[in-house]
Design a protein around this ligand. Structure first.
Ligand SMILES: Nc1ncnc2c1ncn2[C@@H]1O[C@H](COP(=O)(O)OS(=O)(=O)O)[C@@H](OP(=O)(O)O)[C@H]1O
Length: 586
C-alpha cells in the first residue's frame, strides 16, 4: 500500500497529463519518461537529417549550372553515332586558327570507333567531351547575355562576320574569311580543271541557295553533302550545323530547330543550307529555313542499301548475333525488335529517315495504304528525289533543279567501301530484303519511276546522256589532276591522317591521296573534293563559329594536358573559372 502523499502525487500528475496541452504533454513525455534518452536520440537524428538535406540542396544548386548542358545532352537528346577522326592537321586545310586540339569521341551508346573498342580510355574521353560541351554552353550563355542580337542578314552575306557582332576581337579567336578564289571561267571542254561558281552560261535561271538535303543512310549522301559543302563554302553561304560541333542533328531523334547551332542563341539570322543527318520533321525544319527553300533527298535500292547497312551497322542489337544478312533474313529477323534502340537501321530505314512510321505492315492492304501515305508525305515536302543507282543522272537533274553548273556538281565518290568488305547477294536474298523492307521497296520503286518521268518531261534522254558524259569527263580530269593513284585507296594507304575517312563496323571505307606537286589553289580545290564528311563538318563549324570552336579546343587541350596529373573534376572547375574570367574581362 502506497503512502497517502505518493497517491496524492500520482493523482495530481495524472490530472496534469490529462489537462495539459498536447505540446506540453509531448515535452513531458520526452523529458520525464524513462524513454527520454531514446527521444533525444531521435530528435538529434532528425536534426542531422534535415541539415544533410539542406547541404545537398546547396551543393546541387551550385553544380546545376555545370550540369545543365550535360543533362540536356545526355538525357534529353539522343546520342550521335559519328564523331570525327583525328583532326591534328585538319585546321591547316582552311588555315582556321581555332585549332581543335582533342579528337572528340563517339557518343553513341553501342558504338565505339573501331580502333578504340575495348579501350578503357574511351569512357574518360567521353567524360572530357561532356566537360567541353558544358564549358561551351557556358560560353554560349555568356556570349548571348553580353551580345545584342545579330542584325538580319542578306543572302550571300559573309557569315564569318555575322556571329557575335558586338564581341570585341580577341587575338585568341580571330575571325577569318576564307580566301576563296573565283576560278576562271571555262568552256566545258577545254579548261578542264576549273570550277565555275555560277550556273552555266546557257542557263538563265536564278541559282538556288536555300537548300535542305535530307541525308539518308548509305545512299551516296556523303558525296552529295560534299557537293553542298563546297558550293556553300565558295559562295559564303551559312550552314545550319549541328549544335556543339556534333556531326549529326541528334539523329535518330526527330529533328528540332534548337539542334542547330545559332538557333537558340539567335546568333545566326539566316541559314542557307541544312544537310546533316537528321530524322526529318517538316514543321521544325521550316522554323529554321526560309520559305523559298528547295528540299531534296536521295534513295537507294533497299537491296544494295541493306547489304551496305549490315556491314556498317553490324553491332546493332538486331544484327549482332547473326553471322550474315542471309542468316538474319532466313530467321525472319528473329533478332530484330523494333522497340530496341538503334534497330531502326535494320528495317525500312528510308521511311524512318523521312520521319515516318517504319514499322512493318501486317497485310498487303496495310502496305498499300501506308506506302501511299508515305509517298504522299514525301511528295508534299520534297521537290526532288534522287536515285543513287543513277548517280550521275541524278547530279544532272539536281544541277538543273538548282540552276547550278556541271562544275558545281562534279564530285568524287565518298564513303565507299573497298571491294573486300562487299558481299554479293543471291537473288533469293534480294527478294527477302525487298519483303523485309516492304515500305522502302515500295517508295524506291515509286521514286525511281517518277525520276525517269521527270527526266523525260524536262531534259529528255539525249540531253541527259550528253550532260552525263560531260560530267564523267570532268570527273576523269579532276581525278587525273588531283589524285596520286588516280582513284580511291584503302584507308591504310591514306597518307594524310587528317583526310582519312571515318572507319566503322566491318566496313573498310576508302579514301584518297592528293598528288604532291599541286600548287596552292589546285590543292585547295582538290582537298575539298576528297575531304570526308566529319572533317569537313568540323572545319565549317570552326569557320562559322570560331569563338565556340576555339573555346572548345582550349578546353580539350586543358583536359588532355591534365589527364595524368589532376582529376577531371578539378580541371573542369578550373576551366569553368577561366572561361568565366575570360568572358567577364571581354
Ligand atoms: N557517286 C556515287 N555513286 C554511287 N554510289 C556512291 C557514290 N558515292 C558514294 N556511294 C556509295 O554510297 C554509300 C555510302 O553512302 P552514304 O555516304 O550515304 O553513307 S552514310 O550513311 O553517310 O554513312 C557507299 O556504298 P557502299 O560502298 O555499298 O557501302 C558508297 O559506295
Amino acid at each position: 500500500m502506497l503512502p497517502p502523499q505518493r497517491i496524492a502525487g500520482r493523482v495530481r500528475r495524472a490530472f496534469h497529463w490529462r489537462t495539459a496541452s498536447p505540446w506540453t504533454t509531448c515535452v513531458r513525455v520526452a523529458c520525464c519518461s524513462h524513454l527520454r534518452f531514446m527521444w533525444f536520440a531521435l530528435m538529434v537524428l532528425t536534426v542531422l537529417c534535415v541539415a544533410l538535406q539542406m547541404l545537398g540542396v546547396v551543393r546541387q544548386a551550385r553544380s546545376a549550372k555545370v550540369l545543365k548542358l550535360v543533362s540536356e545532352q545526355l538525357v534529353r537528346m539522343p546520342a550521335e553515332i559519328h564523331r570525327p577522326t583525328k583532326r591534328n592537321n585538319w585546321e591547316n586545310l582552311w588555315s582556321v586558327s581555332a585549332a581543335i586540339a582533342e579528337e572528340p569521341v563517339d557518343q553513341h551508346p553501342f558504338i565505339q570507333r573501331r580502333d578504340e573498342s575495348g579501350n578503357p580510355r574511351s569512357e574518360e574521353k567521353r567524360e572530357n567531351n561532356r566537360i567541353q560541351d558544358t564549358v561551351l554552353e557556358d560560353i554560349r550563355k555568356k556570349l548571348t547575355s553580353t551580345t545584342k542580337a545579330a542584325p538580319p542578314t542578306v543572302a550571300n552575306k559573309q557569315w564569318l562576320g555575322q556571329e557575335f557582332p558586338n564581341q570585341p576581337q580577341r587575338p585568341a579567336f580571330p575571325k577569318r574569311t576564307p580566301e576563296i578564289k573565283k576560278p576562271p571561267q571555262s568552256d566545258n571542254n577545254n579548261d578542264k580543271y576549273t570550277v565555275k561558281s555560277q550556273a552555266d552560261n546557257t542557263v538563265t535561271c536564278q541559282p538556288k541557295n536555300h537548300i535542305v538535303f535530307l541525308k539518308t543512310h548509305k545512299t551516296a549522301s556523303s558525296t552529295i553533302l560534299n557537293i553542298l559543302y563546297r558550293y556553300g563554302e565558295s559562295h559564303n553561304l551559312t550552314f545550319a550545323l549541328p549544335l556543339n560541333m556534333h556531326s549529326q542533328l541528334f539523329y535518330p531523334a526527330f529533328f528540332a530547330a534548337h539542334f542547330v547551332e545559332g538557333v537558340r542563341t539567335r546568333s545566326v539570322k539566316e541559314f542557307h543550307i541544312l544537310c546533316n543527318h537528321m530524322r526529318f520533321n517538316s514543321q521544325e525544319v521550316r522554323k529554321v529555313m526560309p520559305k523559298d527553300t528547295f528540299y531534296f533527298s536521295i534513295l537507294r535500292n533497299p537491296v544494295a542499301m541493306m547489304e551496305s547497312l549490315f556491314v556498317y551497322y553490324k553491332a546493332i542489337p538486331a544484327f549482332h548475333a547473326v553471322k550474315s544478312l542471309e542468316e538474319f533474313l532466313i530467321q525472319g529477323g528473329r533478332s530484330y525488335n523494333a522497340s530496341v534502340p538503334n534497330n531502326h537501321y535494320a528495317r525500312n530505314i528510308l521511311t524512318f529517315d523521312f520521319g515516318l512510321d517504319n514499322t512493318a505492315p501486317e497485310s498487303d492492304t496495310e502496305l498499300d495504304r501506308r506506302s501511299a501515305e508515305i509517298i504522299a508525305a514525301m511528295e508534299r515536302d520534297f521537290s526532288l528525289i534522287l536515285i543513287s543507282e543513277y548517280f550521275d543522272e541524278s547530279l544532272v537533274l539536281l544541277k538543273h533543279a538548282l540552276c547550278w553548273s556541271l562544275d558545281d556538281v562534279s564530285s568524287f565518290r565518298l564513303n565507299s567501301r573497298s571491294e573486300r568488305s562487299r558481299r554479293p547477294l543471291s537473288t533469293e536474298t534480294a527478294e527477302r530484303v525487298k519483303e523485309w523492307n516492304s515500305l522502302d521497296w515500295r517508295l524506291y520503286q515509286h521514286f525511281n519511276d517518277t525520276f525517269w518521268k521527270r527526266i523525260d518531261s524536262t531534259l529528255g534522254r539525249a540531253t541527259l546522256q550528253q550532260e552525263v558524259e560531260l560530267l564523267k569527263a570532268k570527273r576523269r580530269n579532276l581525278e587525273q589532276m588531283c589524285l596520286q593513284e588516280g582513284g580511291a585507296v584503302d584507308p591504310a594507304q591514306v597518307q594524310d591522317s587528317s583526310l582519312k575517312p571515318f572507319q566503322y563496323g566491318a566496313a573498310v571505307i576508302q579514301g584518297y591521296n592528293l598528288r604532291l606537286e599541286l600548287n596552292n589553289d589546285t590543292r585547295q580545290l582538290c582537298q575539298r573534293l576528297i575531304t570526308p564528311e566529319l572533317q569537313y563538318t568540323s572545319a565549317l563549324y570552326t569557320k562559322q563559329f570560331p569563338q565556340l570552336a576555339a573555346a572548345r579546343a582550349a578546353a580539350a587541350k586543358k583536359i588532355a594536358a591534365s589527364r595524368n596529373t589532376t582529376t577531371h573534376r578539378a580541371v573542369k572547375r578550373n576551366i569553368e573559372t577561366n572561361v568565366h574570367t575570360a568572358m567577364s574581362n571581354s
